[in-house]
Design a protein around this ligand. Structure first.
Ligand SMILES: Cc1ncc(CN)c(N)n1
Length: 222
């Protein structure tokens, strides 16, 4: 079995909990309180700034131009297309992009971005791919499922979010990451596979924690 398909299987218990999370269900049926989405949006914006740095570091570490191009496209798409969605939502809340940037990262955002940045600085290209694949892939699959369920009212403010992450363009970025990881790890040792599993599952655990943080609007208590 290809590495990415195996990793996906390993993360299924966590993915099931994500799909059942009240924040995700609220995105899907339009019932999510706007204030919780606003909190999420601000935290996700600063998360994405760190995520861009991860792609930039991966591009710098790439052994060949094709891999460098792939990471620079991911960086470009995140900086422009994905973060534009956030900027557009923020405008609806009357927030300027600078205000989004000034968000104080909450504890889970700090831990999650620290994990990704540590992997980007210290890990191999395969390590980085495993860590970011859990983020990118889980969003695409969540959005595909929410779209297929068809529970979202036509006037739900969250339809743009679902459409963006369910899009073929976003799906292509996931496919790239998967294909690259599968090619790099076709002959990986058991030890390397165990490390990749650890990174992928840790990414998934953080994804769950991020939804929970947004639902609870969990800021620093002090
Ligand atoms: C927390 C999180 N994880 C993943 C994604 C999709 N790039 C995101 N925007 N935010």
């Amino acid at each position: 079995m290809a590495t990415s398909a195996w990793l996906w299987q390993e993360a299924q218990p966590i993915f099931a909990r994500i799909l059942d999370h009240p924040f995700v269900r609220g995105l899907g049926d339009g019932s999510l309180p706007r204030e919780k989405f606003r909190f999420y949006l601000c935290q996700d914006y600063v998360y994405l700034i760190a995520y861009c740095r991860v792609f930039a570091l991966a591009a710098a570490k790439a052994d060949d131009l094709e891999t460098m191009r792939m990471f620079s496209t991911l960086l470009e798409e995140t900086l422009h297309t994905e973060m534009d969605i956030h900027r557009q939502y923020a405008a609806r809340f009357g927030m300027a992009p600078e205000e989004l940037e000034r968000t104080e990262p909450a504890p889970v955002t700090v831990s999650y971005t620290s994990f990704l940045l540590k992997t980007a600085y210290a890990g191999t290209i395969a390590d980085i791919l495993a860590a970011v694949l859990s983020c990118q892939w889980s969003y695409h699959e969540i959005a595909l499922r929410l779209k297929a369920a068809g529970n979202s009212p036509a006037d739900s403010p969250y339809n743009a979010w679902i459409d963006a992450y369910a899009s073929d363009e976003f799906g292509r970025l996931v496919r790239w990451l998967r294909d690259k990881l599968d090619a790099l790890t076709a002959h990986a040792s058991e030890a390397e596979k165990a490390r990749l599993r650890d990174l992928f599952v840790t990414g998934f655990r953080f994804e769950y924690l991020f939804w929970e943080m947004a639902w609870q609007e969990a800021r620093w208590p002090l």
